[in-house]
Design a protein around this ligand. Structure first.
Ligand code: NAD
Ligand code: UGA
Length: 333
């Protein structure tokens, strides 16, 4: 997609650390920062030498002179050396995904989202980095009456994952509120981010893949649940603004681009692919909320940010990327 985040034309950090750089949002963020002139240290425990998803995500930045990649687990590695001279730290590393968090993987959620975050924030404060931007989640709001969620609403997390994301953002804010802490914190509550390289467990990826391949799509519930889908370039623009605007702090919603039901997403996938997705309906999954909807007012006031990409155009870009990937895979096979 040719659209560029508007904030890339404004100041960017000179040197930044991106945790979770081998992931979906982290790899886009690292790329956008390097393109804008920031020297980026990307950190992730997935090793691109052995993990094909990490390698595919990092392909856009590997080899660029402004990018250095470190394979390390934030639960155990020495974090301080990674932070030398960093003007901003973007903490995106974590275990995402609502539904698997009820199972035995919950300890991994706690480890990466809470314990590793405590280590990161402690090191960031000790090294004196002026700003940390942390990836929080719309899931902290839990079930709503369908109206737009404002940052001052009382969080009511409805899944173990959401509990860890609330703990993660509040942990960073608590560190930052200490009298001696030199780091200001912005916690971004991202609303269902989609676009090229989206995680394969997420709905938009699955709907587009089903439309492209003809394989069936599993729909959890009746498809009337709604999400405030946020295009990846918009999420990246908000994230960079959160690091560069001196007065920004606290919790900020990043969403409000495109409210749509899952049935509407399926219809767009059908129209982009020119074929009907076969839907297999299953029971709703525990912890899934019926509606997420962002009030984007604070993002606009504090960051000057507004989403630019609507769902149809964003899904078209995601489908083009999936088509290009499968063509490349076909050639390699
Ligand atoms: P992702 O899984 O693609 O990326 C996360 C990365 O973090 C992975 O590459 C993983 O290896 C890395 N990681 C996890 N634990 C680590 C550890 N202990 N040490 C080092 N690296 C570690 O996920 P994503 O969709 O890009 O999400 C990024 C962040 O944004 C997550 O914190 C997620 O909770 C949050 N978030 C995502 C969305 C969304 O719609 N994708 C919405 C709200 C919040
Ligand atoms: C997404 C991310 O996965 C979370 O990491 C993130 O924290 C969250 O957004 C957020 O906004 O904070 P979710 O909204 O559940 O979580 O997004 P999807 O995983 O894309 O699921 C959206 C809906 O599609 C859910 O109702 C889910 O049950 C449904 N779904 C998903 C299906 O019906 N079938 C599938 O195969 C996958």
């Amino acid at each position: 997609m040719s659209q560029h985040p508007s904030h890339l034309t404004t100041a960017v950090p000179r040197r930044a650390v991106v945790t979770g750089a081998a992931g979906f949002i982290g790899s886009h963020l690292a790329h956008a920062l390097v393109q804008a002139g920031t020297v980026v240290v990307g950190v992730d425990r997935r090793d691109p030498a052995t993990d094909p998803t990490a390698a595919a995500n990092l392909a856009v930045v590997r080899g660029l002179p402004g990018y250095m990649h470190v394979t390390a687990d934030l639960l155990s590695c020495a974090i301080e050396p990674l932070l030398i001279d960093a003007n901003a730290v973007f903490h995106l590393a974590g275990i995402p995904g609502v539904r698997p968090s009820w199972g035995p993987k919950f300890s991994e959620y706690v480890a990466s989202n809470v314990l590793a975050t405590h280590r990161v924030m402690d090191a960031v404060a000790r090294m004196g980095a002026p700003r940390l931007v942390v990836a929080s989640s719309s899931s902290v709001y839990g079930s709503t009456d369908g109206g737009a969620s404002v940052e001052t609403d009382r969080p009511q997390p409805a899944s173990p994952y959401a509990v860890t994301k609330l703990a993660e953002e509040q942990l960073c804010l608590a560190h930052s509120a200490q009298a001696h802490c030199p780091t200001s914190v912005v916690a971004l509550r991202y609303f269902t981010v989609y676009g090229p390289r989206q995680r394969p467990d997420m709905f938009t990826h699955r709907a587009l893949t089903a439309a492209l391949t003809g394989q069936p799509l599993r729909l959890y519930g009746d498809g009337h649940q709604r999400r405030d889908f946020t295009y990846i370039d918009d999420a990246v623009a908000a994230t960079i603004a959160a690091a560069t605007i001196p007065t920004a702090s606290g919790v900020i919603n990043v969403g409000g681009g495109s409210s749509a039901s899952l049935l509407e997403v399926i219809n767009i996938a059908n129209s982009l692919a020119g074929r009907e997705v076969q839907v297999h309906q299953e029971n709703p999954r525990s912890g899934d909320v019926l509606t997420t909807r962002a009030n984007p007012g604070r993002a606009y006031e504090v960051l000057g940010w507004q989403p630019q990409v609507d769902l149809h155009n964003g899904m078209r870009a995601q489908m083009q990327a999936l088509t290009a990937e499968s063509a490349a895979f076909g050639r390699a096979a």
